[in-house]
Design a protein around this ligand. Structure first.
Ligand code: C5P
Length: 303
């Protein structure tokens, strides 16, 4: 049996970086939302027990691949849970569409999708628990991709509260072709704070009751990484202004960058704004927010 599963990207509609904790991570307050740009994973049992093979257009060592890490974690949890070796190995083929290192959680989503597929191929008695624990061990953003299309995330990113999805808007993702290292972006936020940069007002989830449209226009949603990464991504705040002037209801950078997103009422406005950036050599994706069911797992005949 081969399982084919989509691994969608996310954007952060809000991303507030809190204090640095004793474990080296920062507390977060963030609004995650799935979007319709996705990688695809094909996952099947293959090879000797517990062996992991991952294929895809990756330019880093396989051991650093989050799909590989997820499978290692899953298999060690499987051994503890069942007291036996998995009856085979696993082979994963990944078709990448989400740019790497762009703040869209592509690697994290691939890992979550691999975990979901593994839990179907190698079932255990408490799958939710094993998935949650393996996800957080692989990365802070991974647990979100196991859950709902939109969520408020706290802690390292693992304390999740489902939110109503953002329906009926057009989405524009813009890729300037820069890779920003996540740890370097966190260090840039810390440096700004040490220099005395004012902290913004803390976002309050109750504000969501007034609805997404009002919230997006209120100035309550922001990303603490945006002013901090100016040194790696010159002009980022100017690009966001430009998108708002082009009619975006809301525009921000996603995660620690460098992808910028903008939300419009009309597809035609998103398309028009995308052309402004395509002319400068940027990449672009126009699409939608995602409000699909929690388990996007399906089988496809192999042709
Ligand atoms: O958990 P993940 O591997 O995605 O995190 C990568 C790096 O980002 C961490 O090593 C840490 O430097 C930083 N990070 C952080 N606080 C978080 C998430 C990540 O400082 N909540």
């Amino acid at each position: 049996m081969e399982i084919c599963i989509d691994a969608p990207a996310k954007i952060n509609l809000h991303l507030q970086v809190g204090r640095k904790r004793e474990d080296g991570y920062h507390d977060l307050l963030s609004v995650f939302h799935l979007v319709d740009l996705a990688d695809t994973l094909r996952v099947e049992k293959s090879g000797p027990a517990g062996e992991i093979a991952v294929h895809g257009p990756f330019d880093f060592p396989v051991k650093d691949n989050l799909i590989h890490k997820a499978a290692e974690r899953y298999f060690s949890g499987y051994r503890l849970n069942t007291g036996k070796e998995p009856e085979a190995g696993v082979e994963v083929r990944c078709t990448k569409r989400i740019p790497d290192g762009g703040g869209l959680g592509g690697g994290s989503s691939d890992a979550a999708a691999a975990l979901k597929a593994l839990s179907l191929l190698f079932p255990v008695s408490e799958p939710e628990r094993l998935l949650r624990e393996s996800a957080l061990a692989v990365g802070s953003d991974v647990p979100f991709f196991l859950s709902t299309p939109a969520a408020l995330a706290e802690g390292r990113g693992e304390l999740l509260r489902p939110l109503p999805p953002l329906k009926g808007y057009a989405l524009l993702l813009l890729f300037p072709g820069l890779k920003i290292s996540t740890p370097a972006a966190y260090r840039a936020v810390d440096r700004r704070r040490e220099k005395g940069a004012a902290e913004k007002t803390r976002f309050c989830a109750e504000e969501l009751e007034s609805g997404w449209e009002k919230l997006m226009r209120s100035g309550s949603l922001y990303n603490d990484f945006t002013p901090a990464v100016e040194e790696f991504f010159p002009g980022v705040e100017g690009f966001l202004r430009e998108l708002r002037e082009a009619g975006a209801v809301f525009a921000e950078m996603s995660g620690s960058g460098s992808t910028i997103f903008a939300i419009f009422h009309k597809n035609s406005d998103a398309e028009r704004a995308s052309r402004l950036f395509l002319e400068r050599g940027w990449g672009a994706h126009t699409g939608k927010m995602l409000a699909r069911p929690i388990e996007p797992v399906y089988n496809e005949p192999i042709i």
